[in-house]
Every structure is written in C-alpha cells, then in structure tokens.
Write a protein that binds this ligand. Structure first.
Ligand code: NAD
Ligand code: MG
Length: 397
C-alpha cells in the first residue's frame, strides 16, 4: 500500500485530494493529515480515513481533536506544533507527500519531505518561489521526485517529453526542441472591471473567482494576477526555464491549463474542466491514470476559446513578479513575503485592493537586492520583508 501524507488537509487542495482518494479506495493509505486549527474538518476526515497521525499546528486545537477522537475510539495519534509537520513529512513510512499548506509556512515541512527523498506533490508554490535554487538543489541532492499540482505546471509537465518529466528542474528545454512555455490564466474576477473601480473592490468580490474554487489567499492572488506571476517564477524553477522562455496568455475559459510550444511549430496543450482533482489524480498516480471524479470536458458547452495579452496597468502585480524573476532570488523572496502580508491586510479590510501592489513594489524595491547565500538568509529576508510590509500597511491603513 502506498502511504500518503497530506500537509494542509483541511484546505481546498487537501479536501480535493481526499475526494480523489474516495474515487480510488484501497489504492492509497493516509499516513498523516495536518491542519493549522480546523478541529471539525480534521475529526471528520480522521474518522473516515483513519490516518496513523493527525497534526494540528495549534496546541489547543490538538488537545480538542485528541479528546474528540478518543470518544470515537479512534487509534489516530494527535501531534501538535510546527515541528510535528516536519516529522510526519519525513516519516520513514511515507511514500508521497501532498504539500498543500498555504504560504511560506509550508516551506519547512516541504523541505523536510524533500530531504527525506519523498515523492513531493507540490501545490505550495510559495515555498518554491521563496527558496528557488535551494529547493531544487535539495530535490536533486536527496533524490526526491517532484510532481507539480498547480494546474498550469501539471499541464506543462504533461506536455513535456517523458525524459524531461523524470528530472524537470534540470532539463534542457531548448535541447528538447521546446521554444516556449505558454502559461495560461483566466485573468480573475476583475478582467473586465473598469481599472478605476479596482481601488474599491471588496474582499468578497476578489474571492469570487469565475472558474475555480480555491482558498482565500490564492483567490485574491488570482484577482491581482500575482498568482500568475508566482507561477511564472514557479515554472522558471520547475522546468529550468529562462524568463524569456515563459509567456503569460490570458485565456478566460480556463479550459486550456497551459501549453508547450516546440520549435517545429507544434503546440501541445492539456485541457479539461477547471477542477484541481484532475492534476491531483495525475500526480498521485503518475505515470498511471486513475479516476478523479471530474466530469469529462464537453467542447460543445465550452463553445469558444479566447486569448488576451495581459494588461499590466490592470495587473501591476503580475509585472512586478516577472521583474522579480529577472532580478533574482532575493527579489522573489521579498515579493512573496510582502504579498502574503498585503493579502492578509486586504482580507482584513485594512488596505485597498490596489494597495497590495504598492506594498509589494515598495518592499521589493527596498529588499530585492539583499545578498542571499543560504536558505537561512532567505528565511531572514522573508522576516525582514514582512516587517517592512507591515510598516507600509500601517501607513496605508
Ligand atoms: P487553503 O487556505 O484552502 O488551505 C490551506 C491549508 O494550510 C489548510 O489546511 C490550513 O489549515 C493549512 N495552514 C494554513 N496556515 C498554516 C500554517 N501556518 N502552518 C501549517 N498549516 C497551515 O489553501 P489552498 O487553496 O488549498 O492552497 C494551498 C496551496 O496550494 C497554496 O500554496 C496555493 O497557492 C496552492 N494551490 C491551490 C490551488 C487551489 O485550487 N486551491 C491551486 C493551485 C495551487
Ligand atoms: Mg495555478
């Protein structure tokens, strides 16, 4: 039996992963589920999937979950605190680790899984954006296997030759006849909104994504399109792509999940309904194919595909992220940290929607040139960027 650890089990990706497991009974055994503090969701899922371990980052939530599980006669052992996330991610009996914690908080447990040489199903793009070359070097050094969950990167992966799929982070795209990665994105809920109105949009409007159902942070990131920018950086590392080998294309229908253009003029694309269960099922079973529970694509109901060039006046965060990718690791780490703080402040209604770009740009300008020679330097820079972003948020709110 293949043992699976799900980091961030109570979230949108974690829940979709459990959905795929329900469609494939007996194929995967859940070794551990983890969450920050959602007792009810964890109780329900522990009773259904009987993991050996349940980790709650919050100690009070862990005590509550343990008490509730006991009354149900469950044998699941409850652990607490951030170190326990790393312990289960690197557990000797774990084969695959679904990295689906949101934000930089996912870096340490994901790295623990990498260092233990696991098969990593990577949803937590912020971990890779924050640590870039250090993360990819650790993957190589420890013989970990990296399978992208982000729908675009999963699509790109599926369109690459099999030889490249085995070591995507260190491949030679041009040598394999590839001229470009075409990274598609829907443009989010505000793609047709008057630019002048954007300063006044509310968190509820920003979270209401037209095509995908996702956690709050990535939904806001999709509205600013920094999500596409983070994905641009993610693609740079996952596929060893130079920034000029990646092009962002707005595709409002979200049916083409991304494409790879070859030098002979061929373009390979992966298509499907916009449901994360497809990339999750693909990565879980790779190289086999299993049921995901996703409805087959009906081309007649889709009708038409359209494509739009991104407008950086509407999406300044997308351009910032592309600049950060050109500038280098410190800039991407600072930008990612600032953005996490700015999105949290926007969701708490402390700053406006367009202030997110202001906080991000100012933080990146101030700290994007910092010298970073190690992962510890990056973690320190992440902290400094958050402090800087906090000050800016104070001034704006
Ligand atoms: P979510 O907010 O729905 O869930 C986040 C999970 O992380 C929850 O289980 C939560 O308990 C846990 N968590 C939050 N803070 C934590 C902390 N400090 N320590 C430990 N655990 C913590 O988020 P999501 O939408 O499922 O996204 C998860 C990751 O996957 C993100 O990095 C996101 O960018 C990426 N992703 C999501 C989607 C999607 O469709 N939701 C698509 C592509 C990529
Ligand atoms: Mg994506």
């Amino acid at each position: 039996m293949h043992n699976l650890v799900i980091l961030g089990a109570s979230g949108s990706i974690g829940q979709s992963t459990l959905k795929v497991l329900r469609h494939n009974p007996g194929r995967w055994q859940v070794l551990a589920l983890t969450a920050a503090r959602s007792v009810d969701a964890m109780l329900r899922d522990c009773l259904e999937f009987s993991p050996r371990f349940a980790v709650m980052v919050d100690e009070a939530a862990a005590r509550e979950l343990a008490a509730q599980l006991k009354t149900h006669g469950s044998a699941t052992r409850v652990l607490s605190g951030p170190a326990a996330l790393c312990d289960v991610a690197a557990h000797p009996d774990a084969h695959s680790v679904m990295a689906a914690i949101v934000g930089a908080a996912g870096l340490a447990p994901t790295m623990a899984a990498v260092r233990a040489g696991k098969r990593i199903l990577l949803a937590n793009k912020e971990a890779l954006v924050m640590s870039g070359a250090f993360f990819m070097e650790a993957v190589r050094e420890h013989g970990a296997e990296l399978l992208p969950i982000d729908s675009e990167h999963n699509a790109i992966f599926q369109c690459l030759p099999e030889a490249i799929q085995r070591q995507p982070g260190f491949c030679d795209l041009a040598g394999a006849g590839i001229s470009k990665i075409l990274l598609t994105g829907s443009g989010g809920p505000f793609r047709y909104t008057d630019i002048g109105e954007l300063a006044h949009v509310t968190p509820a409007q920003a979270i209401a994504h037209p095509n995908w159902s996702m956690g709050a942070k990535i939904s806001v990131d999709s509205a600013t399109m920094i999500n596409k920018g983070l994905e641009y950086i993610e693609a740079r590392w996952l596929f060893n792509a130079a920034p000029e080998q990646i092009q962002v294309v707005i595709h409002p229908q979200s049916v083409i999940h991304s494409m790879v253009q070859y030098k002979d003029g061929s373009v390979l694309a992966q298509l499907g309904n916009p449901d994360m269960c497809t990339p999750i099922a693909h990565a879980l079973a790779y190289p086999a194919r299993v049921e995901s529970g996703v409805e087959p694509l009906d081309f007649f109901s889709v009708g038409e595909f359209s494509f739009i060039r991104p407008d950086y006046e509407r999406y300044p965060c997308l351009q910032l992220a592309m600049h950060a990718c050109q500038q280098g690791q410190a800039a991407t780490t600072a930008l990612n940290a600032a953005n996490e703080e700015a999105v949290a402040a926007f969701l708490a209604e402390r700053i406006g929607f367009m202030d997110i770009a202001r906080v991000n740009e100012a933080t990146m300008l101030a700290l994007g040139g910092t010298d970073v020679g190690s992962l510890d330097d990056l973690i320190a820079l992440d902290g400094a960027a958050r402090a800087r972003a906090h000050n800016l948020i104070e001034e704006l709110s």
